[in-house]
Design a protein. Structure first.
Length: 240
Protein backbone atom coordinates (compact mmCIF):
# COMPACT_ATOMS: atom_id res chain seq x y z
CA UNK A 1 0.00 0.00 0.00
CA UNK A 2 1.22 3.55 -0.68
CA UNK A 3 2.66 5.09 2.48
CA UNK A 4 0.71 8.34 2.12
CA UNK A 5 -2.76 6.76 2.46
CA UNK A 6 -4.26 8.30 5.58
CA UNK A 7 -7.08 7.18 7.83
CA UNK A 8 -9.36 9.82 6.38
CA UNK A 9 -8.66 8.45 2.89
CA UNK A 10 -9.77 4.99 4.03
CA UNK A 11 -12.89 6.45 5.64
CA UNK A 12 -13.69 8.45 2.50
CA UNK A 13 -13.36 5.36 0.31
CA UNK A 14 -15.55 3.32 2.68
CA UNK A 15 -18.14 6.12 2.67
CA UNK A 16 -18.08 6.16 -1.14
CA UNK A 17 -18.72 2.41 -1.35
CA UNK A 18 -21.40 2.53 1.35
CA UNK A 19 -23.17 5.41 -0.43
CA UNK A 20 -23.20 3.66 -3.79
CA UNK A 21 -24.09 0.17 -2.55
CA UNK A 22 -26.58 1.47 0.01
CA UNK A 23 -28.43 3.63 -2.51
CA UNK A 24 -28.52 0.82 -5.07
CA UNK A 25 -29.86 -1.75 -2.61
CA UNK A 26 -32.42 0.68 -1.22
CA UNK A 27 -33.60 1.91 -4.60
CA UNK A 28 -33.65 -1.39 -6.49
CA UNK A 29 -34.56 -3.93 -3.81
CA UNK A 30 -35.84 -2.51 -0.52
CA UNK A 31 -38.35 0.10 -1.67
CA UNK A 32 -41.43 -1.91 -2.52
CA UNK A 33 -44.01 0.87 -2.51
CA UNK A 34 -44.50 3.29 -5.39
CA UNK A 35 -42.62 6.14 -3.75
CA UNK A 36 -39.94 6.92 -6.33
CA UNK A 37 -39.95 7.41 -10.10
CA UNK A 38 -38.66 3.92 -10.82
CA UNK A 39 -41.53 2.37 -8.88
CA UNK A 40 -44.17 4.51 -10.57
CA UNK A 41 -42.73 3.35 -13.89
CA UNK A 42 -43.15 -0.31 -12.97
CA UNK A 43 -46.90 0.17 -12.94
CA UNK A 44 -46.78 2.26 -16.13
CA UNK A 45 -44.90 -0.54 -17.92
CA UNK A 46 -47.55 -3.05 -16.90
CA UNK A 47 -50.22 -0.74 -18.29
CA UNK A 48 -48.18 -0.24 -21.46
CA UNK A 49 -47.77 -3.95 -22.06
CA UNK A 50 -51.45 -4.53 -21.32
CA UNK A 51 -52.34 -1.94 -23.98
CA UNK A 52 -49.82 -3.49 -26.36
CA UNK A 53 -51.53 -6.87 -26.10
CA UNK A 54 -54.84 -5.25 -27.04
CA UNK A 55 -53.74 -3.73 -30.35
CA UNK A 56 -52.90 -5.29 -33.68
CA UNK A 57 -50.38 -2.66 -34.80
CA UNK A 58 -47.36 -2.76 -32.50
CA UNK A 59 -44.98 -0.62 -34.53
CA UNK A 60 -45.08 2.16 -31.92
CA UNK A 61 -44.16 -0.29 -29.15
CA UNK A 62 -41.22 -1.59 -31.16
CA UNK A 63 -40.01 1.95 -31.81
CA UNK A 64 -40.17 2.84 -28.11
CA UNK A 65 -38.17 -0.25 -27.12
CA UNK A 66 -35.71 0.41 -29.94
CA UNK A 67 -35.19 3.97 -28.68
CA UNK A 68 -34.13 2.70 -25.26
CA UNK A 69 -31.87 0.09 -26.85
CA UNK A 70 -30.16 2.89 -28.77
CA UNK A 71 -29.56 4.67 -25.46
CA UNK A 72 -27.93 1.53 -24.05
CA UNK A 73 -25.74 1.22 -27.14
CA UNK A 74 -24.74 4.89 -26.94
CA UNK A 75 -23.70 4.67 -23.29
CA UNK A 76 -21.86 1.37 -23.81
CA UNK A 77 -19.89 2.89 -26.70
CA UNK A 78 -19.19 6.08 -24.75
CA UNK A 79 -18.00 4.06 -21.77
CA UNK A 80 -15.55 2.19 -23.99
CA UNK A 81 -14.13 5.52 -25.17
CA UNK A 82 -13.78 6.71 -21.57
CA UNK A 83 -12.02 3.47 -20.63
CA UNK A 84 -9.70 3.81 -23.61
CA UNK A 85 -8.79 7.32 -22.46
CA UNK A 86 -8.22 6.24 -18.87
CA UNK A 87 -6.08 3.26 -19.84
CA UNK A 88 -4.17 5.41 -22.31
CA UNK A 89 -3.34 7.83 -19.52
CA UNK A 90 -1.30 5.11 -17.81
CA UNK A 91 1.14 5.35 -20.70
CA UNK A 92 1.97 8.87 -19.54
CA UNK A 93 1.23 8.41 -15.85
CA UNK A 94 4.27 10.42 -14.79
CA UNK A 95 3.13 13.44 -16.80
CA UNK A 96 -0.48 13.08 -15.62
CA UNK A 97 0.66 12.81 -12.01
CA UNK A 98 2.79 15.89 -12.39
CA UNK A 99 -0.02 17.94 -13.95
CA UNK A 100 -2.62 16.95 -11.34
CA UNK A 101 -0.16 17.42 -8.49
CA UNK A 102 0.74 20.92 -9.68
CA UNK A 103 -2.85 22.16 -9.37
CA UNK A 104 -3.47 24.38 -6.38
CA UNK A 105 -6.73 22.62 -5.44
CA UNK A 106 -5.39 19.04 -5.36
CA UNK A 107 -3.67 17.28 -2.50
CA UNK A 108 -0.11 16.12 -3.15
CA UNK A 109 0.12 12.31 -3.36
CA UNK A 110 2.64 9.69 -4.34
CA UNK A 111 2.57 8.21 -7.81
CA UNK A 112 1.38 4.87 -6.39
CA UNK A 113 -1.59 6.50 -4.65
CA UNK A 114 -2.40 8.48 -7.79
CA UNK A 115 -2.42 5.25 -9.80
CA UNK A 116 -4.84 3.71 -7.29
CA UNK A 117 -7.23 6.64 -7.75
CA UNK A 118 -7.03 6.25 -11.52
CA UNK A 119 -7.62 2.51 -11.22
CA UNK A 120 -10.75 3.26 -9.20
CA UNK A 121 -12.10 5.24 -12.15
CA UNK A 122 -11.23 2.35 -14.49
CA UNK A 123 -13.07 -0.07 -12.20
CA UNK A 124 -16.15 2.18 -12.04
CA UNK A 125 -16.43 2.57 -15.81
CA UNK A 126 -15.76 -1.13 -16.36
CA UNK A 127 -18.66 -1.86 -14.02
CA UNK A 128 -20.79 0.60 -15.96
CA UNK A 129 -19.89 -1.03 -19.28
CA UNK A 130 -21.00 -4.44 -18.03
CA UNK A 131 -24.25 -2.92 -16.78
CA UNK A 132 -25.01 -1.23 -20.11
CA UNK A 133 -24.26 -4.35 -22.17
CA UNK A 134 -26.34 -6.51 -19.81
CA UNK A 135 -29.21 -4.02 -20.16
CA UNK A 136 -28.89 -4.23 -23.94
CA UNK A 137 -29.05 -8.03 -23.86
CA UNK A 138 -32.12 -7.92 -21.63
CA UNK A 139 -33.83 -5.51 -24.01
CA UNK A 140 -33.19 -8.04 -26.76
CA UNK A 141 -34.96 -10.62 -24.60
CA UNK A 142 -37.84 -8.17 -24.22
CA UNK A 143 -38.04 -7.90 -28.00
CA UNK A 144 -38.47 -11.67 -28.17
CA UNK A 145 -41.24 -11.53 -25.56
CA UNK A 146 -43.04 -8.73 -27.38
CA UNK A 147 -42.61 -10.42 -30.76
CA UNK A 148 -44.02 -13.70 -29.44
CA UNK A 149 -47.04 -12.08 -27.79
CA UNK A 150 -50.33 -13.32 -29.28
CA UNK A 151 -52.52 -11.05 -31.35
CA UNK A 152 -55.82 -9.83 -29.89
CA UNK A 153 -58.26 -10.84 -28.67
CA UNK A 154 -56.41 -12.30 -25.67
CA UNK A 155 -58.45 -13.48 -22.66
CA UNK A 156 -58.31 -10.82 -19.96
CA UNK A 157 -56.78 -12.97 -17.24
CA UNK A 158 -54.12 -14.35 -19.59
CA UNK A 159 -53.46 -10.85 -20.94
CA UNK A 160 -52.78 -9.44 -17.48
CA UNK A 161 -50.37 -12.28 -16.69
CA UNK A 162 -48.47 -11.86 -19.96
CA UNK A 163 -48.33 -8.09 -19.53
CA UNK A 164 -46.87 -8.57 -16.05
CA UNK A 165 -44.19 -10.93 -17.36
CA UNK A 166 -43.10 -8.65 -20.19
CA UNK A 167 -43.19 -5.57 -17.96
CA UNK A 168 -41.05 -7.33 -15.33
CA UNK A 169 -38.49 -8.31 -17.97
CA UNK A 170 -38.37 -4.72 -19.14
CA UNK A 171 -38.01 -3.48 -15.56
CA UNK A 172 -34.98 -5.74 -15.08
CA UNK A 173 -33.43 -4.25 -18.22
CA UNK A 174 -34.13 -0.71 -16.99
CA UNK A 175 -32.63 -1.58 -13.59
CA UNK A 176 -29.39 -2.63 -15.30
CA UNK A 177 -29.40 0.57 -17.38
CA UNK A 178 -29.92 2.66 -14.23
CA UNK A 179 -27.00 0.86 -12.61
CA UNK A 180 -24.77 1.90 -15.48
CA UNK A 181 -25.95 5.50 -15.29
CA UNK A 182 -25.24 5.58 -11.56
CA UNK A 183 -21.67 4.55 -12.34
CA UNK A 184 -21.25 7.85 -14.20
CA UNK A 185 -22.55 9.84 -11.23
CA UNK A 186 -20.25 8.09 -8.78
CA UNK A 187 -17.30 8.36 -11.16
CA UNK A 188 -17.68 12.13 -10.90
CA UNK A 189 -17.64 11.75 -7.12
CA UNK A 190 -14.47 9.63 -7.36
CA UNK A 191 -12.78 12.43 -9.30
CA UNK A 192 -13.11 14.59 -6.19
CA UNK A 193 -10.62 12.27 -4.45
CA UNK A 194 -7.94 13.95 -6.55
CA UNK A 195 -8.72 17.12 -4.61
CA UNK A 196 -8.77 15.63 -1.10
CA UNK A 197 -10.64 12.95 0.86
CA UNK A 198 -13.04 15.48 2.39
CA UNK A 199 -14.12 16.56 -1.09
CA UNK A 200 -14.47 12.86 -1.97
CA UNK A 201 -16.92 12.28 0.90
CA UNK A 202 -18.79 15.50 0.15
CA UNK A 203 -19.14 14.57 -3.53
CA UNK A 204 -20.38 11.07 -2.65
CA UNK A 205 -22.98 12.58 -0.35
CA UNK A 206 -23.91 15.11 -3.01
CA UNK A 207 -24.56 12.36 -5.55
CA UNK A 208 -26.93 10.64 -3.12
CA UNK A 209 -28.77 13.92 -2.48
CA UNK A 210 -29.11 14.66 -6.20
CA UNK A 211 -30.30 11.14 -7.10
CA UNK A 212 -32.75 11.03 -4.18
CA UNK A 213 -34.24 14.39 -5.09
CA UNK A 214 -34.65 13.46 -8.74
CA UNK A 215 -36.18 10.10 -7.90
CA UNK A 216 -38.55 11.17 -5.13
CA UNK A 217 -38.97 14.93 -4.84
CA UNK A 218 -38.68 16.43 -8.32
CA UNK A 219 -41.42 17.90 -10.56
CA UNK A 220 -40.87 14.96 -12.91
CA UNK A 221 -41.62 12.50 -10.09
CA UNK A 222 -44.84 14.36 -9.31
CA UNK A 223 -46.05 14.26 -12.93
CA UNK A 224 -45.25 10.56 -13.31
CA UNK A 225 -46.83 9.73 -9.92
CA UNK A 226 -50.07 11.52 -10.80
CA UNK A 227 -50.24 9.77 -14.17
CA UNK A 228 -49.56 6.38 -12.55
CA UNK A 229 -52.27 6.96 -9.93
CA UNK A 230 -54.74 8.02 -12.62
CA UNK A 231 -54.05 4.93 -14.73
CA UNK A 232 -54.20 2.65 -11.70
CA UNK A 233 -57.54 4.14 -10.67
CA UNK A 234 -58.89 3.66 -14.20
CA UNK A 235 -57.72 0.03 -14.26
CA UNK A 236 -59.44 -0.70 -10.96
CA UNK A 237 -62.67 0.81 -12.20
CA UNK A 238 -62.47 -1.26 -15.40
CA UNK A 239 -61.97 -4.46 -13.39
CA UNK A 240 -64.83 -3.60 -11.04
Amino acid sequence: MPPDITTIDAIAFAWFLASWIGFTITQDHLLKGRVFVNHHLKMLRREWMDRMLQRDNRIMDSQLVGHTMNSCTFFASTTMLVLAGLLGSFGAIEHAHEIVGSLAVTVKTSREFFEMKMLLLVAIFTFGFFKFTWALRQYNYCCALIGSAPLPPVPEKERHVMAGHIAEAMTLAVTALNGGLRAYYFALAALAWLINPWAFMLASTGVIVVLTRRQGFSPTEKVIRLQAELLEHGSKQARD
